[in-house]
Ligand binder design. Structure first.
Ligand code: APR
Length: 333
């Protein structure tokens, strides 16, 4: 992070929710030396003698000599420790249980994200916030509404993960390196994603020239339910790939890389959002340029009829999800 009067200082990156995703985010941020990390969680009511975030931070700090990193790691229950963070990752919440839909999570996680947002507003008013808690598209809205931050400083991690899953399954199908797959997705998280095989390639070679349509579709479908597949296997939701997607976003922001990554970002006229949401904007999954100012640009392009139809459906589901959230928490209207 470039700072006036100093050549460079370390970025301060706080992770709210030091569970599976939060812990893995902290590990990856330290390994990449993207900055110093504060891990914040809540006390365990049944075992008040424990301090899980402090324990995780200590364990991670001891990887430093082996992995050669100098990132400082702090574990805390106290929001004062996130003071003046440059980036805040929010994973606080309850993970999806087997058979539970993302919508069922709204009531629990919106309350949690609301309280987290109030504290970010108070202690880290200049931070760029990346929301990971599900149901993602609604939780980003809650964060934006409660902090009152400009929309370029609030975004959700979903597309980075969904596109990683899509590329992984294509690479498995093709027997080529994941590094050589280019692809893009739009729309809401998971089931609501809008795949774009038309814009998918292996180093520029259209995917349609390399795989039958049915095989491409199978990869799309598997990516859509990729989260559910892991839940069925592990009994709880994934954490390695969600963390990898989140840290990819953090890296682009703190290193001002201007990567183009699909994120849940505020859209007004882009992709026809306003016309579908009673003249208002919405947070939806779209390709974004991520740099030191957060979402620096939403990249638009011409969709074909089929893609535009899927995008409309996705936007309408996001709209319904926000409607359900506002019904439970009318103050968020
Ligand atoms: N403030 C801070 N942390 C909280 C709060 C709160 N109010 N409420 C819960 N937490 C913490 C929990 O104590 C837990 O340590 O959030 C952490 C969540 O971690 P996990 O249960 O391990 O869940 P994880 O798999 O990391 O998923 C986190 O991301 O993808 C989404 O659906 C997923 O919403 C879930 C979130």
């Amino acid at each position: 992070m470039k700072v006036k009067g100093a050549l460079m200082r370390r970025a301060k990156i706080s992770v709210i929710g030091a569970g599976n995703i939060g812990g893995e985010c902290a590990r990856s941020i330290a390994m990449k030396e993207l900055g110093d990390v504060v891990l914040l969680d809540i006390p365990n009511k049944d075992k008040p003698e424990l301090h899980m975030p402090k324990g995780k931070a200590l364990d991670l700090a001891c990887c430093g000599p082996v992995e050669n990193f100098d990132s400082r790691l702090t574990g805390t229950f106290d929001y004062a420790d996130i003071k003046d963070s440059d980036v805040v990752i929010v994973t606080a919440g309850v993970p999806r249980k087997p058979g539970q839909s993302r919508d069922d999570l709204v009531a629990i996680n919106a309350g949690i994200v609301k309280s987290v947002a109030e504290n970010i507003k108070k202690y880290a008013p200049n931070a760029i916030v990346i929301v990971v808690s599900n149901p993602l598209d609604a939780m980003v809205y809650v964060m934006w509404k409660v902090t009152g931050f400009p929309a370029n400083r609030v975004m959700g991690q979903a597309g980075a993960l969904d596109v990683a899953r899509y590329k992984t399954f294509l690479a498995m199908e093709l027997g080529v390196s994941v590094e050589d797959i280019q692809g893009l997705l739009l729309g809401g998280h998971g089931d609501d994603m809008v795949p774009l095989p038309r814009l998918t390639s292996v180093n520029g070679i259209p995917i349609q020239d390399l795989l039958p349509a049915a095989n491409i579709q199978a990869c799309v479908e598997r990516a859509k339910v990729g989260g559910g597949e892991v839940v069925k296997l592990m009994g709880t939701s994934a954490w390695y790939a969600p963390s990898a997607g989140t840290v990819e976003m953090v890296e682009s922001i703190v290193r001002d890389k201007k990567r183009v990554i699909p994120c849940a970002a505020w859209c007004e006229n882009e992709f026809g959002v306003k016309g579908m949401n009673d003249g208002k904007g919405l947070f939806v999954g779209v390709p974004c340029v991520l740099g030191s100012n957060g979402v620096e640009k939403v990249i638009t392009f011409n969709m074909n009829d089929e893609e535009a139809k899927s995008m409309r459906e996705s936007i309408s589901h996001v709209k319904d999800l926000i409607g359900a959230t506002v019904k439970l928490f009318p103050e968020l209207k």
